[in-house]
Design a protein around this ligand. Structure first.
Ligand code: HGY
Ligand code: MN
Ligand code: MN
Length: 591
């Protein structure tokens, strides 16, 4: 029988504890502690309170909680001794139907894991969408995590326990994160488009104006049209722009702009960028279905290019809207020698219209963006949502160090002009230098030796540099020190180098009133407010150049890993992102 928050809030302590029996496996002490936090405004608030009860418990209590869990496809399942909840979960994910080989593989993993850690491997087998991981996914996760550290696995098993509890609470309250489920599925559908060479390997790569990229634009356009937008078009740089008009729309009506990017890095994740497109689309759909119009219009932009993968033209999509499209980009060639201009023509884009894309800030109240965090903070705090205070500034370079290619066998070590060793020395300096600051980061993500040979000293080394910091002063000092080191290394090693700055973007503090709207929205879904900087760059920092902006982060799974196929989030967290976004719309665009 469906439980309600009202029943839970109004019940006696004993009755309330028994209502939450079985949420945490054989550990009803958690419910007994949690109910002292009543009344709960939302289910998310209850889930957070129960997670906190564990978080504040002793290490021994946490360890006993982990040990209270059954192994996957283990003895308890074989002996039919699982709790009804665990039986339901292990059955839903097919663990009761393992092949002999799968069963043996899991037994071996169970033995190894138990022996190494002293508690059973715990995984929410119903997965991030709640419909169940496949046995292959379970085994793959098991094999990946069995090699982890004690510290990480202890915390990760607790996170999995909380996800199991979340799904059990959803069942108990008969709650389905329906909008979050749909948005989660929209990501899955869009991720079927991937560039050649990656799609065959089941990897997601969508770079600017490839066929996969154009297919994504078409699908997003169709989705917007199906969700009640009044107008949808693909603009001259490939942004998909949907507008949902205000209640009494006229030439004076303002719009709230929102959105994010649909291109990806190579072998990237399904949610980076796309979450910030689909969440507002879902909100517009719900407004449209209920016939609701706001005081302001909503303009959702799916930006065509943010990652700067195919061409060195980062933030191209959002840049075009602030009048920062650089015509020099058009003559850039990709690795196949195709210029951006030709790629645009092939995609049917009218470059003569690019200059007209610049937005008039007076027609907008501001810009908001939802994005997965792309880091571990919310994952480790057990928080579904976070409010961004500022986006780190960044500067990027492509560097070529030139030395002398020479025989690897006959050239003495003290007579070499080795371009790779210079680059390697710089890489280690960058790592050490960035560690000296708080929140500074410095990365070499690409490096190659053109026409290198195994027995030739590298005469040429090409590599990228990406440096970021929460303030522009800190960013510029970091970059300045690294460039001085590059100069010193090359001078000492009798090498030359060329430097090409490919991106310089200032830190973007959130506009206080828009940040406050996000804080109110997070509070409205019953969660504590966690404010945090963004280490990743986002389209919001480009739009920041012409209008006030603020961002909302949604927790990532797998330690918040991103720019990686393990990038993930749950449909429950997406649901909360949609609910928070809707709350902001009602506060900022309707009151
Ligand atoms: O690199 C970044 O921060 C973003 O994902 N483009
Ligand atoms: Mn990214
Ligand atoms: Mn992104």
């Amino acid at each position: 029988m469906r439980l309600t928050l009202e029943q839970l809030n109004n019940a006696s302590d004993t009755a309330a504890s028994s209502m939450l029996k079985g949420i945490y496996e054989h550990s009803d002490w958690i419910a007994e502690i949690s109910i002292t936090q009543r009344p709960f405004k939302t289910l998310a608030g209850l889930k957070y309170a129960m997670m906190q009860a564990v978080s504040k418990a002793s290490k021994d209590s946490k360890l006993s909680l982990l040990k209270a869990h059954p192994e996957l496809a283990g003895k308890a399942m074989v002996n039919n001794a699982l709790t009804s909840e665990s039986k339901n979960e292990q059955t839903k994910s097919g663990l009761t139907h393992c092949s002999e080989e799968e069963f043996q593989r899991i037994q071996t993993l169970n033995t190894t894991y138990n022996h190494k850690f002293g508690w059973p491997f715990i995984l929410a087998v119903r997965g991030p969408r709640g419909t169940g991981l496949s046995r292959a996914q379970i085994i793959e996760t098991f094999e990946r995590r069995v090699s982890g550290s004690h510290e990480f696995e202890f915390e990760e098993c607790l996170r999995q326990v909380h996800r199991i509890a979340e799904l059990r609470l959803n069942d108990k309250f008969d709650f389905i994160p329906a909008l979050g489920n749909e948005v989660w599925d929209w990501h899955e559908a869009l991720s079927t488009h991937s560039d050649p060479g990656f799609k065959e390997n089941k990897q997601l790569t969508v770079t600017y104006l490839t066929q996969a990229h154009q297919n994504c634009a078409k699908d997003i356009k169709q989705l917007m049209l199906g969700c009640g937008f009044d107008s949808v078009h693909i603009d001259a740089v490939g942004n998909v722009v949907g507008r949902y008009l205000a209640k009494s729309h006229d030439s004076q009506s303002k719009f709230l702009m929102t959105g994010s990017h649909y291109d990806t890095v190579r072998n990237g994740g399904k949610f980076d960028g796309r979450l910030g497109i689909f969440v507002p689309i879902m909100c517009v759909r719900e407004l449209s279905r209920s016939g609701t119009r706001l005081r302001e219009g909503i303009e959702v932009v799916a930006f065509a290019e943010e990652e700067g993968q195919r061409y060195s033209a980062t933030f191209l999509g959002s840049g075009a809207l602030v009048g920062a499209f650089d015509p020099n980009w058009l003559s850039q060639n990709d690795v196949d020698g195709i210029s951006m201009l030709d790629a645009m023509k092939q995609a049917g884009l009218d470059i003569s219209e690019i200059a007209n894309l610049r937005r008039d800030p007076s027609q907008y109240s501001g810009f908001i963006e939802v994005h997965i965090e792309q880091g571990p903070v919310l994952n480790e705090l057990g928080l579904p949502l976070g409010v961004v205070t500022s986006i780190n500034g960044s500067v990027r370079y492509m560097v070529e160090i030139k030395g002398v290619a020479a025989h690897a066998g006959t050239t003495p070590m003290d007579r070499r002009q080795d371009a790779l060793c210079a680059a390697s020395e710089l890489a280690l300096y960058m790592e050490q230098r960035a560690k000296e600051d708080t929140h500074s980061v410095a990365t070499i993500g690409q490096m190659n030796i053109p026409s290198g040979s195994i027995n030739v000293i590298p005469g040429l080394c090409k590599f990228s540099m990406d440096m970021r910091a929460p303030s522009d002063i800190q960013k510029d000092k970091l970059a300045g020190d690294i460039l001085r080191k590059l100069e010193e290394i090359c001078s000492r090693r009798r090498l030359t180098y060329t430097l090409n700055e490919t991106l310089r973007i200032n830190a973007a503090p959130s506009a206080p009133d828009w940040q406050n709207y996000w804080e109110k929205a997070v509070n409205s879904v019953g969660l504590p407010i966690h404010k945090m900087p963004s280490g990743a760059g986002h389209d919001a920092m480009k739009i920041h150049e012409i209008m006030p902006q603020a961002m909302l982060f949604v927790r990532g799974e797998n330690s918040g890993i991103s720019h990686n196929p393990l990038e993930s989030t749950t449909s429950d967290d997406i649901q909360l992102g949609v609910e928070a976004f809707m709350d902001l719309l009602m506060s900022a665009c309707n009151s």
